[in-house]
Design a protein around this ligand. Structure first.
Ligand code: PEP
Ligand code: MN
Length: 351
């Protein structure tokens, strides 16, 4: 599919704000990305799943004619978030064909099943007009994401896109609003290699100043498109004010975007990969050796009636490995993950 940008305000707030944002995004339709015209779809949420009941929760069906007007005036395809059969019905009767399931909806199999049941009841030609865009669930559970896609596929919908918007965490980092956990969208792509995968750096970062860098990272990783929030006046936005770009900033971001070239035969790259293969082989070899020692230690501890887990020893391992990591400029995060994974496997073997 051509490189795709879904952009517009988090929420449609008024007719003026919706139309003004759309008008200012018009130059995007003339943009060429990798020698192809950009495919642009305007977004605006009508029904907003907000954390607190007193927050602005969207204008609902009142905004449907505004999106119709955007489509007619500027020739944009338009999209909005749906969380129920009623939302879908309203959108379909307004000719809105790009519909996304938000992170809080994907996480709920009851809601997704009701949406799928409604879609199933549509005629084949109606189904074919629709594109269902499935954001990752709010929690880092790939099977819930897979299950949502399976429900939609079972309803006979063929056009399904995926959006990675990051995952909520009990321990948020300073860096981003949500955790990227890039291995999850990569795994999702492995499970559904034919479904386009887009990145939503707005919800991922929660911060307009970080959106351009993360958008470029996603594109460099091979994502097929982006979903980005842009508002004619971000400061006064009624939802997600901190993460919305001005239309001008979005146009600049898109102009600066560098798409990777398609993979082709490259002798130097092959040589680097061969070296990596050799190092990996040594790593696995050493892990096998380490696990072998663990087996012996396990038997020894059992014989002597010693505890399998020894707090002081684990503290020592963690601290010394983190010190080595710091000496070699390796990220503490990576080293901690490796130590934890190896230690967990060692415990499992001993138990
Ligand atoms: C949105 O796109 O405005 C939205 C609510 O996103 P998410 O479901 O990713 O939080
Ligand atoms: Mn939003």
């Amino acid at each position: 599919m051509p490189f795709t940008l879904i952009a517009g305000p988090c929420s449609a707030e008024s007719r003026e704000q919706t139309l003004s944002t759309a008008e200012q995004l018009l130059p995007l339709t003339r943009l060429q990305i990798a020698q192809e015209p950009l495919r642009f779809i305007f977004r605006a949420g009508l029904w907003k799943p907000r954390t607190h009941p007193e927050s602005f929760s969207g204008v609902g069906t009142e905004g449907l004619p505004w999106l119709e007007e955007v489509r007619e005036r500027y020739g944009f395809e338009v999209s909005t978030e749906v969380a129920s059969a009623e939302h879908l019905e309203s959108c379909i009767s307004s000719g809105i064909h790009y519909l996304w399931l938000g992170a809080r909806t994907t996480a709920n199999p009851f809601l997704v099943q009701r949406i799928a049941d409604y879609l199933k009841s549509l005629s084949t030609s109606k189904k074919d007009e629709l594109t269902l865009i499935v954001k990752n669930p709010i929690n880092a559970d790939i099977d819930i994401w897979v299950g949502a896609v399976e429900r939609l596929l079972q309803s006979g919908i063929e056009h399904i896109w995926l959006v990675h918007r990051g995952f909520s965490s009990a321990t948020p980092t300073q860096l981003m609003r949500n955790q990227p956990l890039w291995s999850l969208p990569i795994e999702m792509h492995r499970r559904f290699p034919t479904l386009p995968l887009l990145s939503d750096p707005s919800h991922l970062t929660g911060d307009a100043t970080k959106v351009p860098v993360v958008a470029q990272q996603a594109v460099s990783m091979g994502f097929n498109g982006l979903m980005i929030e842009a508002h004619c006046c971000p400061k006064s936005a009624l939802s997600d004010a901190q993460q919305q770009l001005t239309p001008q900033q979005l146009i600049e971001l898109m102009n600066n975007l560098r798409l990777p070239k398609p993979a082709s035969a490259d002798a130097q790259l092959e040589q680097y990969r061969q070296s990596i293969n050799e190092v990996d082989e040594q790593i696995w070899e050493l892990i096998v050796q380490r696990m072998d020692i663990v087996k012996h230690i396990g038997e020894y501890k059992r014989e002597k009636g010693l505890s399998v887990f020894q707090h002081d020893r684990y503290e020592h391992i963690l601290k010394s490995r983190l010190d080595w990591a710091a000496d070699h400029n390796l990220s503490a995060d990576l080293v901690k993950k490796i130590v934890e994974a190896i230690h967990e496997e060692a415990l499992r073997k001993q138990l």
